[in-house]
Write a protein that binds this ligand. Structure first.
Ligand SMILES: [Zn+2]
Length: 209
């Protein structure tokens, strides 16, 4: 049994109304927003075949490719060739695919976006971004060689020391937070302390300072 809900006033309901499906992917008929029996959230429900189309957060997985062979530690960043945030810099990252692990996703995205081969070294950040229905994860990684090159989703790929990071031109808050945490931990690591693991929630409405 389905309970129609009107009006839809929550931010989550607004998101559903504005951004998502109008037709059933099973039978092609229109869908409605309703709270299914034994559920407590609005879902897209097919008016014709009754299929409930659940939607859940997407995983965005990336790496922090570190090159330690130069005079100073350097990280590999990509300049985005695609929207959103075209022209801004990011760590190599992207949506996890079906049938792969998080580590496989990190290595694949790094190869696709930066043409770079890495050795993964452990999960470093996990960032919830609930207002865009995403969870971002970044792995520490050793860059294996300098034969990197922009993939089709990148305008440029290059190494940056901490002083060279273009902080005003970083594409996403999850990347800025990860970079700051990484350089902080790296300073300790170079003095013999282990890297940490950091989890954080990033919400659109930041607390007033
Ligand atoms: Zn249907």
């Amino acid at each position: 049994m389905l309970h129609s809900v009107t009006p839809c006033t929550s931010a989550f309901a607004t998101h559903l109304l504005l951004t998502s499906m109008k037709f059933c992917s099973d039978c092609g008929q229109p869908v409605s927003l309703a709270v299914p029996a034994d559920d407590n959230r609005l879902r897209h429900v097919c008016d014709h075949c009754g299929t409930i189309h659940y939607q859940n957060p997407k995983m965005v997985i990336g790496s922090i490719p570190l090159w330690l062979e130069g005079e100073q530690p350097q990280l590999l960043l990509c300049r985005r060739a695609i929207e959103p945030r075209r022209g801004y810099w990011t760590l190599p990252a992207g949506f996890m695919e079906n049938d792969e692990t998080t580590e496989e996703a990190a290595a694949r995205e790094t190869l696709e976006e930066a043409g770079a081969r890495i050795a993964l070294q452990g999960l470093f950040t996990l960032l919830n971004v609930p207002h865009v229905q995403q969870v971002h994860m970044f792995y520490r990684a050793q860059l294996l060689d300098l034969s990197f090159a922009p993939g089709i989703e990148s305008l440029d790929v290059r190494l940056f020391t901490e002083d060279e990071i273009p902080w005003d031109d970083i594409a996403f808050p999850t990347v800025s937070h990860t970079l700051k945490l990484f350089f902080n931990d790296l300073a300790g690591h170079l003095q013999g302390r282990p890297f940490g693991f950091h989890s954080m929630d990033i919400r659109r409405r930041l607390q007033p300072e």
